[in-house]
Design a protein around this ligand. Sequence first.
Ligand SMILES: [Zn+2]
Length: 57
Amino acid sequence: MGVFRELGRRVEQFKADAETAAEENAPFRCEACGARFDEDHERCPDCGAEGTVALDD
Ligand SMILES: [Zn+2]
């Protein structure tokens, strides 16, 4: 019954790709660790550094 296991793996990969694409377009970034966010944070949820910067292109 490896079919379901393979399907699950593909779904996980799809979700990971979608999250990566979203992060690449996120308008805010932590200068300390480079994590990207859809919304501004007082502290980086990833590394805890203060301040995130808005990326205006
Ligand atoms: Zn950070």
